[in-house]
Design a protein around this ligand. Structure first.
Ligand SMILES: [Fe+2]
Ligand SMILES: [Fe+2]
Length: 332
């Protein structure tokens, strides 16, 4: 097996295994023998993803240590003198839309928790909002208006010990303000101390000295994944040129470097909507984990964007499963 394929397979298994998951159930589900399990755990170790099995209350369970292990393959840099930053990036949760995928957002937060990540950035469109001119929109929602959508965000957004969610608001969130000057950020941040509001449409943020710009453009989406991202980088003010640009809104996934800026188009946590279908727009569900090594001046020396994509099989669109079956992810 080629190394890259092997690594993808290992990552998939690693992500599937949750801290505290019953080992026998796992072996039964995948028809894995004890010897095969030992081999899998050994492969995890080789690729720097540590998983152990331990006994707890008569059950054998997986133990995923919270500390991030060091990847085995790294360029020959002096990592000791660099600052390591690992952050999660999500976007476009569109709470209240019938295509929302809260269970996958929970899955991603659980993964970040397992890795000991403490900051997750949300690039806007937390709620689905209400465009008064889109008469068909209410039928595509199970939560209508400000109270229902923002109440749901306060109640259901993952709340995980040690993780702070820093968010901007996007075009859909802003409809609440346009419709009646209702402010999503006032209520979310008043009720959820783990959620910090950074700005409407955009925000500049500094993490460990690294300048990051979060951006939620308005307007139509683009068929070309890279074109709009390039344009966003070109219009950045020269006095605040970030090292990283994170762009929500497009529901696409793309990472590249342009004009010395690491640009990321952040995918969504909402499956394709009727609006996107009509417009012929593609939709990508997933998130990113960024592994960054920087110097004391905030210059990035090593940047590894890890793309987490979910497939059609992962979506819960049928029978309102996501809205009815998903419980809040609460880790205290
Ligand atoms: Fe969106
Ligand atoms: Fe948007």
């Amino acid at each position: 097996m080629e190394d890259k394929i092997k690594l993808q397979y290992i990552d998939k298994l690693y992500r599937y295994i949750k801290n505290g998951m019953n080992v026998e159930e796992f072996m039964g589900k995948f028809h894995i023998s004890y010897n095969e399990l030992t081999g899998i755990l050994e492969l995890f170790r080789i690729y720097g993803r540590n998983v152990d099995i331990i006994k707890q209350n008569e059950a054998i369970i997986f133990d995923k240590p919270i500390t991030r292990t060091t990847p085995t393959k790294k360029p020959s840099l002096d990592f000791k003198n660099l600052i390591h930053t690992e952050i999660g990036v999500v976007s476009d949760t569109h709470f209240g839309n019938i295509h929302q995928q809260l269970h996958l957002l929970n899955d991603f937060y659980q993964e970040c928790y397992n890795r000991g990540i403490t900051i997750i950035l949300h690039c806007g469109d937390v709620t689905d909002g209400f465009y008064t001119e889109r008469k068909e929109q209410p039928r595509q929602q199970f939560l209508h208006g400000f109270d229902e959508q923002v109440g749901y965000t306060v109640d259901m957004y993952p709340e995980v010990k040690g993780i702070k969610t820093k968010y901007i608001l996007g075009s859909h969130d802003e409809t609440h303000y346009k419709n009646g000057q209702a402010t999503v950020e006032k209520w979310v941040s008043r009720c959820r101390k783990d959620m910090e509001f950074l700005g409407q449409d955009s925000a500049s943020i500094n993490i460990n000295g690294i300048k990051i710009f979060m951006d939620h453009p308005g307007g139509g989406s683009a068929q070309s994944v890279s074109y709009k991202l390039q344009k966003r980088i070109e219009i950045l003010e020269s006095n605040y040129k970030p090292k990283i640009l994170l762009v929500g809104h497009y529901h696409k996934s793309y990472a590249f470097v342009y004009r010395n800026v690491h640009g990321i188009e952040v995918p969504a946590f909402c499956d394709k909507t009727q609006f996107q279908q009509k417009q012929g727009l593609t939709n990508v569900v997933g998130a990113y984990i960024l592994n960054i090594y920087s110097d004391k001046l905030g210059n990035i020396v090593y940047f590894e964007p890890e793309e987490f994509l979910y497939t059609e099989k992962d979506m819960w669109d049928e029978a309102f499963k996501d809205r009815n079956k998903v419980k809040k992810l609460l880790i205290k």
